[in-house]
Design a protein around this ligand. Sequence first.
Ligand code: SAM
Length: 113
Amino acid sequence: MTRAVERGGLVRDASSRTLELGAGTGHNLPRYTDAVTELVLTEPDPHMARRLRKRLDAEPPPPPSVEVVEAPAELPFDRASDSVVSTLVLCSVDAPGQAVAEIVRVLKPGGRL
Ligand SMILES: C[S@@+](CC[C@H](N)C(=O)[O-])C[C@H]1O[C@@H](n2cnc3c(N)ncnc32)[C@H](O)[C@@H]1O
């Protein structure tokens, strides 16, 4: 219950172009609002990514454009983001400092993590 409330509180503030790191099987998906215009979901584990794509097919979320990228958070992303979402991820990343540096690099000025 608490975790669901915390997820909702975090994700509902995302807007415009949003990057979610380590999206897992997509527990955050129903919590996005249509303020998000473009959602890029990264997930490095192919098994999780497969389940994520299945969930997207079965329950399409509000953002009109959703893309799944099989990549870890430490890798450079080529497009700037207005919001970055990361829930229960940085504790499992091999190089958290590198992942945080990448988040800072990819966020537009005034963007939100
Ligand atoms: C505990 S799950 C959380 C999943 C989802 N974010 C959620 O809140 O339900 C941790 C996720 O982090 C992903 N992960 C592990 N190492 C990662 C990395 N280096 N970069 C991005 N994601 C990673 C795992 O594959 C897994 O999907």
